[in-house]
Design a protein. Structure first.
Lengths: 247, 105
């Protein structure tokens, strides 16, 4: 229970910006003809901001069910990787904890949890605490915006669009593990930027994530081979020295 | 009922939610089956950093010169304080300041 509160506390800055964004998002949803009940169901069952945004943009009668499914699949493909990266946090936990906990994974509490895990370990309860706070903030804000409607304020004027970037950049810093990360990170950033122009939805996040991590794997294999080759050289030299001594 | 949910709304939401949940839980269960050492482990170890960077860098680039200056400001604050709320406030304040200065000049 203590970890749940810790997780909530750690996610407060992100919940603040989720409220700001959720409010605006709620207003847009109302203008698009999404009812509060539809919005609430999306908030609770889907709980994924960017996918919900794509959905309400496609919310015209008759609702294109399959097209929406495909679009959401593309936007949320990154959750496959995000889920995989949480393996150390859930390691050895019973299945019900995984099944319940994974529903509450958003980009925000995932990033905060991974950073906390690297800095001394954490547990699923921490992730769930953050998820519950974000879910509450997000639902409250989107429904309020949906019911109130009205003028859309410009979030850019207050730097609100920048809140996510600021927090995520700071969290990236705390994930840095040393020089071996340099090339994989550069590859990830390069692929993400290129992919954003070339790929639909949010696929660029998956592209950068996979490409960067694969680079790390290739680097490690090359390094291991080089060390092994260097080891063989040393043995060969020792053998030569041994023979010379025999003479 | 018709006022609350238009035709097709519930199937669309259920489909989208089901797919998203499958991705979330599926990723975790797949990773459970990967070996605990070697290349697969290195892949998983590196994944959080590369995903986070892929989430952040395009957005940071879109925010222009003001965004870059704001980013430097907030990273400095984070390195000094390790506090996310302060970091976010500094980043937003920095971007606002630089934008307003740009707006009036």
């Amino acid at each position: 229970m203590k970890e749940v509160f810790k997780g909530m506390q750690a996610n407060i800055p992100l919940a603040v910006s989720a409220i700001a964004y959720g409010g605006i998002f709620g207003v847009i949803s109302g203008n698009q003809g999404v009812s509060w009940a539809e919005m609430l169901t999306m908030d609770l069952l889907l709980f994924a901001g960017s996918a919900q945004l794509v959905m309400i943009e496609m919310w015209h009668s008759p609702i294109p069910v399959l097209a929406i499914g495909l679009a959401v699949l593309i936007v949320n493909m990154r959750y496959l990787l995000i889920g995989a990266s949480l393996q150390p946090v859930f390691d050895g936990r019973p299945f019900w904890q995984k099944a319940l906990g994974m529903h509450l994974v958003a980009d925000e509490n995932w990033a905060v949890t991974i950073a906390a895990h690297r800095n001394g370990g954490t547990c699923p309860a921490f992730l769930v605490g953050g998820g519950l706070l974000l879910l509450t903030a997000w639902t409250f804000a989107t429904i309020t915006g949906n019911l109130l409607g009205g003028q859309i304020v410009e979030p850019e004027r207050w730097g609100l669009d920048f809140a996510f970037v600021a927090v995520f950049a700071a969290l990236s810093l705390s994930l840095w593990q040393g020089r071996d990360d340099l090339l994989p990170w550069l590859v990830a950033a390069g692929l993400a930027v290129a992919g954003e122009h070339l790929l639909p939805g949010k696929l660029y996040i998956a592209l950068g994530g996979v490409g960067g991590a694969l680079t790390a794997v290739v680097l490690e294999i090359v390094q291991t081979k080089r060390t092994a080759a260097a080891g063989e050289d040393t043995i060969a030299q020792l053998a030569v020295i041994g023979k010379e001594e025999d003479r | 009922m018709n006022d609350l949910f238009q035709f097709g709304a519930i199937p669309a939401i259920l489909l989208a939610s089901g797919l998203t949940y499958t991705l979330r839980l599926g990723g975790l269960l797949l990773a459970d089956r990967l070996p605990g050492s070697g290349p697969a482990r290195r892949f998983l170890d590196c994944l959080p950093g590369t995903i986070l960077l892929s989430l952040t860098v395009p957005g940071a680039l879109h925010s222009g010169i003001e965004g870059m200056l704001g980013l430097v400001a907030c990273l400095l604050v984070f390195l000094r304080t390790r506090n996310l709320l302060l970091t976010m406030t500094a980043g937003m304040a920095g971007v606002c300041l630089f934008r307003w200065v740009g707006y009036f000049s």
